[in-house]
Design a protein around this ligand. Structure first.
Ligand SMILES: [Zn+2]
Length: 304
């Protein structure tokens, strides 16, 4: 839905956009609007992030429409809009994830997924109705630090793991020789970022790592591919710093919990329409409140 906004430009046919000779971006048009990528070498094809349900089936269809065969699936993190479509790729693909994401998926593999269907119902009832068929894939390939996957013909995907940022364990990838960086939800472009399961400070560190990778083009977890602007202008980085600053200031004034979240929301609304204010083409209800809650917890537990 957000992609249809004129500010993002026209939605590409089938959601597919060739970024470089070996990398194609896959965008999903409906909520939750998560992105994936197809990387093709001469021997094997890799999928970075699975999306979910009918969006994942359409991605698998696109993967199988050209050689070489699917062999690898990288799951950037355990959130459902990136991980719950894994069943459409694995098998045959080997699935890769961080230890944290693997453990989260192992937890959900044995539990009722009704809470996910419920959450989806308000924003995309069609996907919610399909949720009963989800089988969670628990990745067997755990990445700690770095890993490299060779796809043949000199095409290789280097994987890097981050500490607490978007979640407590996200992977990102750099595809060679193309220089494409696949960011997962460590970077949101034009979409308000979700920090509620992670850390604003950690997200700034991850953004720096992405930027310093020197990629030629960056695919975010949500929003169109592009460049990560330099500090201090990059909107997600500005948002992270702003949330940290307003949370810290609110705590210093004696606010906490609900009163802090209400105050920061009011401040966000007040600043967003001012010239140069922080705003996103796609903003989501409660993302800011969740970010403030996580930041409050982090600032209370970190000695200043
Ligand atoms: Zn996410």
């Amino acid at each position: 839905m957000a992609w249809k906004s004129a500010a993002f430009g026209p939605f590409p046919p089938g959601g597919l956009q060739a970024l470089t000779p070996h990398v194609t971006a896959y965008y999903t048009e409906a909520y939750p609007c998560s992105n994936a990528a197809i990387v093709r070498g001469t021997d094997a094809t890799l999928v970075f992030d699975a999306t979910l349900l009918s969006q994942a089936r359409a991605l698998r269809h696109a993967v199988d429409a050209a050689p070489p065969p699917l062999r690898e699936l990288v799951i950037s993190h355990s959130h459902n809009d990136h991980a719950h479509g894994a069943m459409y790729f694995t098998p045959p693909a080997r699935a890769w994830a961080s230890r944290f994401a693997r453990d989260r998926l192992a937890y959900w593999a044995t539990r009722d997924l009704a809470p996910f269907a419920e959450e989806m119902r308000a924003l995309n009832p069609e996907l919610a109705a399909e949720y009963a068929e989800v089988r969670i894939v628990v990745p067997e390939q755990v990445v700690e630090g770095q890993a490299v996957i060779e796809l043949g013909g000199g095409v290789r995907v280097a994987l890097y793991s981050e500490a607490l940022a978007h979640t407590a364990g996200d992977l990102w990838a750099r595809v060679e020789p193309d220089g494409v960086v696949l960011c997962g939800d460590l970077w949101f472009n034009g979409h308000e970022p979700y920090l509620g399961n992670g850390s604003a400070a950690g997200s700034l560190t991850a953004l720096r790592h992405l930027r310093e990778s020197g990629g030629s083009v960056f695919l975010p977890g949500h929003g169109p591919a592009g460049q990560i602007a330099a500090d201090p202008d990059e909107p997600m980085g500005r948002y992270c710093r702003w949330v940290m600053e307003r949370t810290s200031e609110g705590l210093a004034r004696g606010l906490s919990g609900e009163s802090l979240r209400v105050a920061v929301r009011a401040e966000f609304i007040a600043q967003r329409d001012r010239p140069g204010g922080i705003r996103f083409i796609a903003e989501w209800p409660s993302f800011l409140e969740d970010a403030v809650e996580a930041t409050e917890e982090e600032q209370r537990s970190t000695p200043h």
